[in-house]
Ligand binder design. Sequence first.
Ligand code: IVH
Length: 651
Amino acid sequence: MKIEHHNYLYYVLDKPVISDGAYDKLMEELKKLEEQFPEFLTPDSPTQKVGAPPLEKFRTVKHTTSMLSIDTATQEEVLRFDERVKRELGIAQVEWVAEPKFDGLSVEIVYKEGRLVGGSTRGDGINGEDVTENIKTIRAVPLKLRDVEIRPPRLLAVGGEAILNIKDFEELNKEKILRGKNPFANPRNAAAGSLRHLDSRETAKVSLDMFFYRVMGCKGKKFESQWEILQTLPKWGLKVNSQIRLCSTIEEAIEYHDQMAKQRDELPIEIDGVVIKVSRLDYEEKLGVKARSPRWSVAYKFPPRKEETQIMDIIVQVGRTGTLTPIALLKPVDVSGVTVSRATLHNQDFIDQMDAKIGDTVRVGRAGDVIPEVMEVIKSKRTGKERKFHIPERCPICNSEVIKEGAYYRCTGGLSCSAQLRRGIAHFASKGAMDIDGLGRKTVNQLVDSELVKSISDIYNLKKSDLVSLERFAEKSADNLIQNIEASKERELSRFIYALGIPEVGEHVAKLLADKFGSVPGIMDAGEEELLEIKEIGNEIAKEVVDFFKEGKNRKGIAELLKLGIKARPAEGRVGRKLEGKTFVFTGALSKITRSEAKKLVESQGGSVASSVSKRTDFVVTGESSGSKYDKAKELGIRIIDEAEFLERVR
Ligand code: IVH
């Protein structure tokens, strides 16, 4: 009892009245007592937070009510959201609750008669993984609800976020590095990794923390508002973040957002925005939910993180199709857990607009959280020693002429430019294309450097004796590569078309072309009009395709490849064409099948899978923790289905 009281003071109120040492002593005493009198040891004793033997896999459990995701909004959209809510409710003012948007892993925890009986991850929102044993090890999660001020209800299902404090995250990573293991990229991944460990004793070793923010089911107590919920949960021992605010106008909620954004770097936990919710629960009910998100809440996110560093140099990268991209070489800097040492400057216009110079101090961020980008030049930090940069007039690799096409500069060297040749071959041999195992970047470089390969077709003339003369090659690996090159001659038409590296022609478009025209000559001679008959092909792609095959160099190259034995036959044996012309995009992790199995299923029925959402997408399939693609799909009004519905459609 005493320990439970101190737990409450420490974890929930954040106001311990005894030292850590004194607390540890109490724990020791309790452990000894329980050893001495095992009949008094209960499963919800504070000593029982050490984990249980490992599981083989997690069971799936259905959530009490579905765990929704929240639409993200810009400031303008937040204001419109407020207008819409007021209009729909027919009232002039709504009370909002503004809370931090925790960047962790959302979970549901169920208490029956005040005792913790279950805990699960969000999963697909309907079903999650049963991680009860892991959750029990979190010290901020009581095994038994406090029964001092208000009686706990008969049944309580609460939603909250399992997180790892930044300090604990850094410590955990330090330790991982010491043990020669890869560190986690960010606190979120670390929390997810620890909470989803099959061995809960491992979870117990990590100082996970928890904030509760929602009641998903309750029997035995009626709440009027979200605000009331947030005031009541702590009384039961369930920790609620102290930085929450009840706002009487949306402007107040926006101000709260701006304030939190300023504090962001000083907070002990990682938050990526604020969540704004209608407080009154009868309003919540009236507004209801759509597809997978509530109509009574929005997430107003913070701008992506930026870090300060310096441009040491600017180099030019030559892409597969000759595009010259200026790349800033940076003094390495940590941006949300990833070391960034290069960032794209896109093109000359971008450099000019920003007035970026070599030597400048800049802020870099990760656009869409992936590709690092120079976002801002801090001109006040200039010393006068900075140097201007301009894309050169000749290709830095092959010295061919560089021409300007729209915003971009392009090397005219084609495959005589070794940078383009290298990238062209690597693409040709890549998995989705001709799939030549053993012909990766390093080997391609060796082959081009040694001048064994001066064009793509040269790879089909390679002999074992050529390869064994190269470093890193032995009899066996040389044999293998020759065999793999030989086998690639059997790849089907669509892969060959994709392998050619025609601008704008990805795997999907290549399939459409193969399906429609059925042979290499058929595609080579297709006119723009014929191409436009394909629903998903627009002017831009049609033009690129026609231009590519008009080029004498390209026709000659293809003829050579065919002469060397590439068959490029159309695919056969498709199961049915139920999904003919339909494009699917997957986001988040699937639970029943793997992504590549899903892809095969779609393709076997004439459909295709794309990697990003566009107007042309027919379905977006959402798995666990689906992200920006989901938002994009909603923005474009694209049909969103979950894994179960997807499986129903394809089976
Ligand atoms: S309430 C509205 N409150 O954000 C549906 N969610 O993008 C119930 N999250 O899956 C969620 N902080 O994991 C709510 N203060 C907060 C939150 C929060 C973080 C997460 C949660 C949810 C996701 C939605």
